[in-house]
Design a protein around this ligand. Structure first.
Ligand code: SF4
Ligand code: SF4
Length: 284
């Protein structure tokens, strides 16, 4: 299946590919469940993902990021990584709860490696559901085999001390360990830094105009305006397998402001690790 090219606009900062929204862990603060995550619908096959993603024309510094859920749960995960056009760089977001022997046997370290200020395989550490030593063993194993890999820990108020201790432990072992702000509410306090406070307070909706700087592709190949639409299964703006699909950069009207996802409106670093970026621009 050969599809026309989709060129990523210069303004775009992220290509987020959700191979599946399923996960083998259940973190209490999972951002995918900020609202009521809809039951997963159609899931593209490996061949469909390869056809859809290989039509993307991007830049060396803007990889296709495979995430989820846990992307390695996709039954054709290895085929997808090896089948995507070699013109595209790949990053992987994972909880690393998979068989690393098969991973090492089937995926070359060179396929998920590029010049960047952070690791290409980014492992999330969740102390409430993971054993740190087992995770560290796997990370060191992959690192020693030549993979570009690092660990990220979320500074959730309940787990902050444990995450910081894990960071010191990992850095001492030569592992790149970074922390991420916790986004969302805990014990009546809202955590995170946002460009549009009130965008996700769920106190009512407001009509706005909005545009993103991310290509967000759901498990069925649907393209969404934002993470809130993706997780809520709200009307997609196209599909990666539609030959007529192109990236429309105009502001779209939205009647769901108030139910945005913190991911879209938070202040964060861009792909160059420069702080102050927000995924969406909203005109209220
Ligand atoms: S590992 Fe990630 S996707 Fe899975 S439940 Fe935890 S936070 Fe959510
Ligand atoms: S205003 Fe919020 S819900 Fe609407 S498209 Fe933008 S980020 Fe999504």
């Amino acid at each position: 299946m050969k599809l026309p090219a989709i060129t990523i606009p210069d303004r775009y900062n992220y290509i987020a590919t959700f191979l599946t929204l399923n996960c083998n862990l259940r973190c209490s603060y999972c951002i995918n469940r900020f609202s009521d995550l809809k039951a997963p619908g159609k899931m593209l096959s490996g061949k469909e993902w390869i056809a859809g993603l290989s039509r993307i024309v991007s830049r060396p510094d803007l990889p296709v990021t495979l995430g989820g859920g846990e992307p390695t749960l996709h039954p054709d995960f290895h085929e997808i990584v090896n089948g995507i056009s070699e013109e595209l760089n790949i990053d992987l977001l994972t909880n690393l709860q998979f068989d690393i022997s098969r991973f090492k046997a089937e995926i070359s370290p060179e396929r998920i490696k590029r010049e960047s200020p952070y690791a290409s395989i980014r492992v999330s550490y969740h102390p409430e559901v993971m054993d740190l030593e087992a995770l560290v063993d796997k990370v060191l194993n992959l690192q020693n085999a030549g993979y570009s890999i690092g660990i990220w820990g979320v500074l959730h108020p309940l787990h902050e001390a444990e995450v910081l201790k894990a960071r010191d432990f990992c850095i001492g072992l030569g592992i790149d360990f970074r922390t991420k702000e916790f986004l969302g509410e805990y014990d009546g306090i809202m955590y995170g830094s946002y460009s549009y406070p009130g965008a996700f307070d769920k106190k009512g909706v407001k009509n706005v105009r909005c545009r993103t700087s991310e290509l967000i592709i759901g498990p069925g190949g649907d393209v969404f305006r934002c993470h809130s639409d993706l997780y809520d299964g709200f009307s997609p703006v196209g599909n990666i397998l539609d030959p007529d699909f192109y990236i429309d950069e105009s502001f779209r009207s939205c009647e769901r402001y108030g139910f945005c996802n913190p991911c879209d409106v938070k202040l964060k670093t861009d792909r160059f690790q420069v702080y102050g970026h927000t995924s969406v621009e909203i005109i209220r």
